[in-house]
Write a protein that binds this ligand. Structure first.
Ligand code: SAM
Length: 250
């Protein structure tokens, strides 16, 4: 099978070990997805990955309402060595916009999503199961080999303590005399980017971020972007400027 045919095969994340010439158990939901949603049957090829063992070409077997198995014929892509992390700290926004933000963040390479409550954050409760499902579907669709992590909701004033170690910490602040995000990013670094809510950070929060949080303020350009656009611009800058050759996802 050539690469073009391989890329056309359905691709599913499965949280189980995958090894060549072994079967991987499929849950009732996974079998239902292949059988009923994608109309695949026993003997059909699919691709599966688990975020640890790379991606495998598999053959579906024994598909019933109760589950099934996938026989791992061969590895199609190796799991890359750990590359630099890309953390997106974002204030939750309304449902359809957040769906969009999460999907695009995964496509653009975020490895860790951290929801943050700020004073102007309107959405203060998250449906984490739904968000994780969206993250998984986006990872399947965009051919990632890893599954990004959704972290617990935190408060902005705990940001200094919650900051990931050995990581460049960047806070997107509009209307300031700040350096462009692209001037700060270097290849191979782990990066965290903070994006505010639709109402923006309050003046007090903005001052705290700039003076005490340890995060470096950056600009995302001359216009005021919606939160989800701002997240995409920042992640695009990281993807294009901060990419290291060790970024094995593509
Ligand atoms: N309500 C705010 C205002 O009008 O000043 C705008 C907030 S903006 C919709 C939401 C978030 O996106 C901001 O808190 C900031 O993190 C980010 N953002 C938007 N445009 C930006 C820019 N040009 N530079 C840096 N950050 C930006």
């Amino acid at each position: 099978m050539n690469d073009d045919d391989l890329f056309k095969l359905p691709r599913l994340y499965i949280d189980a070990p995958i090894q060549k010439d072994r079967v991987v158990p499929l849950s009732a939901d996974q079998a239902h997805y292949f059988k009923t949603v994608l109309r695949r049957q026993d003997g059909d090829n699919v691709r599966i990955f688990n975020g640890r063992d790379g991606e495998f070409l598999c053959v579906l077997q024994e598909m019933t309402k109760k589950g099934g198995t996938a026989f791992a014929e061969r590895q199609t892509r190796e799991q890359p060595a750990d590359s630099s992390a890309v953390h997106l700290f974002f204030a939750p926004i309304k449902k359809s916009r957040m769906d969009w933000l999460v999907e695009k963040a995964i496509e653009l390479g975020a490895t860790d999503l951290h929801p943050v409550v700020t004073q102007n954050t309107e959405v203060r409760e998250l449906n984490t199961k739904r968000l994780m499902q969206q993250m998984q579907e986006a990872a399947e669709q965009c051919e990632r080999l890893d599954l990004p992590v959704l972290h617990d909701l935190i408060k902005l004033n705990t940001l200094a303590a919650q900051a990931p170690k050995d990581t460049v910490l960047l806070a997107a602040l509009e209307r300031g005399d700040t350096q462009p995000v692209t001037d700060v990013i270097r290849p191979g670094q782990s990066i965290a980017i903070l994006i505010g809510p639709e109402g923006g950070f309050t003046a007090q929060e903005s001052t705290w971020i700039q003076t005490q949080s340890g995060w470096v303020p950056v600009s995302l350009g001359p216009r005021i972007l919606r939160s989800e656009t701002a997240a995409c611009v920042a992640l695009t800058a990281v993807m294009l400027k901060g990419r290291s050759d060790n970024d094995g996802n593509h």
